[in-house]
Design a protein around this ligand. Structure first.
Ligand SMILES: [Zn+2]
Length: 421
């Protein structure tokens, strides 16, 4: 029944679609307003607005399939089936586990990649159950990024159902590994392998709200371990102590000066080690997170961390005349490149233009998302919020308030349309 309906609508708009709306180029301020004047586009938006309940159902359906870090396969398979049902072409799952589906344009360029991420921050032990009370949907991952996935599917469906012909092709992608230690492994494979050299524009739909992220906060994360022989606190006193070395390192790190602008931050997030109050530890460790929206500032902060660590090691060993000499290991567990796309860049202008055209507030943000990688490679990229509002992101009490969430769905569709020309 749905299929028959789709064909009818497609036939209705075929003529308009073939002609294609006459609109200014990407980056022009009134692009959004011009797109809205096209009858096909207007009708598509009306349907999309009315269809928001279906988008919310899909958001819950996708989110009820667990997608712990490094274990996104089940959710990926569900998205793959949705892509196929929607009529996308060459639907496939790449080496990293990203799901891809293509939609041809009338020409080969510009090639837009439109995406959302599959993974959540929640481990397998976290029960995944969604509830709904009025406009509020609740459950782990419901906003971040089940919202993005639902919007992604809605945008793909809108192009297909309305038979909209775009100048350039769109590849819809559900990525793996966006969160935490996933370390952007999905987009790393996408840009360095699966679609290498073939992406002209990249959009990630991530989370709730209406923001436009055009500054990518980069981060480096380390697990640092000091090791020694260890021993009895009294009997073996006089040897270097890994816990003391860790303390020296944290103190040196804590004194590091960082610029306010560009915002640059450091955090020792977790520490551990030792066996007993009356034992000299044989091991002490910490996890450190460094961030900046500026590549050079992040690099400088990284150098400061290395100096703090090497200095702490040398000082602790020297203090005890190299008795029970310590070793130090620094394991890089996260590397998300910084980047930015100018607020004046065509892709950011297009996002602002379609947002304004819908009468919505424009908010330019910075963040750490799948778009980081594209930006670091010099590919025009942004991340947009998927509408609605969220609370408790990354917690088991995560909630998504769907009041006016259609705005995010419609904005995403208009943006995709704008970026194919
Ligand atoms: Zn996210």
């Amino acid at each position: 029944m749905l299929r028959a309906y789709a064909i009818t609508i497609a036939a209705l708009f075929l003529f308009d679609a073939q002609a294609g709306p006459r609109v200014p180029a990407v980056g022009t301020a009134d692009l959004g307003a011009q797109l809205l004047q096209d009858a096909t586009v207007k009708n598509a938006i009306d349907r999309l607005k009315r269809g928001e309940p279906q988008v919310l159902d899909e958001q819950i359906r996708v989110c009820e399939i667990p997608a712990p870090p490094f274990k996104e396969a089940r959710r990926a398979d569900a998205v793959r089936r949705s892509f196929e049902t929607l009529g996308l072409k060459d639907v496939r799952i790449d080496r990293a586990g990203n799901v891809l589906g293509e939609r041809a344009g009338s020409g080969p360029t510009p090639h837009l990649v439109f995406s959302a991420h599959l993974d959540t921050v929640f481990g397998e032990e976290v029960p995944i159950r969604m509830t709904r009370s009025g406009a509020v949907l609740k459950g782990p991952g419901i906003g971040d990024d089940c919202r993005g996935l639902a919007v992604l599917l809605a945008v793909a469906r809108t192009f297909e159902e309305n038979n909209i012909v775009t100048p350039g092709p769109i590849t819809f992608v559900a990525t793996v590994g966006e969160e935490g230690l996933g370390d952007l492994r999905g987009v790393k494979e996408l840009f360095n392998g699966t679609l290498k050299g073939r992406v002209d524009r990249f959009v990630s739909v991530d989370g709730a709200g209406l923001g436009i992220t055009h500054v990518a906060v980069g981060s480096l994360r380390y697990r640092v371990t000091f090791k020694g022989t260890g021993g009895h606190s009294y009997g073996d006193f006089g040897i270097a102590n890994p816990v003391h070395a860790l303390g020296r390192a944290i103190a040196r790190m804590g004194d590091t000066r960082v610029p306010d602008v560009p915002k640059t931050t450091f955090n020792v997030g977790r520490i551990g080690g030792g066996t007993s109050v009356n034992a000299i530890a044989s091991e002490a460790w910490m996890e450190v997170d460094l961030r900046s929206s500026d590549r050079a500032a992040l690099h400088a902060l990284d150098a400061a961390l290395q100096r703090a660590l090497d200095g702490a090691l040398a000082a602790e060993n020297a203090r005890w005349g190299n008795r029970g000499r310590l070793t130090l290991s620094k394991q890089l567990v996260g590397d998300r490149p910084a980047g930015r796309v100018s607020a004046d860049a065509p892709i950011v202008q297009a996002a602002q233009s379609v947002t304004r055209a819908l009468g919505l507030p424009v908010s330019l943000d910075e963040g750490s998302t799948d778009a980081n990688l594209a930006m670091s490679l010099g590919i025009p990229a942004i991340t947009v919020d998927g509408g609605g509002s969220a609370s408790g992101t990354h917690s088991v009490d995560e909630a998504f308030d769907s009041t006016n969430s259609w705005q995010g769905t419609v904005r995403a569709f208009l943006l995709a349309l704008a970026l194919t020309r």
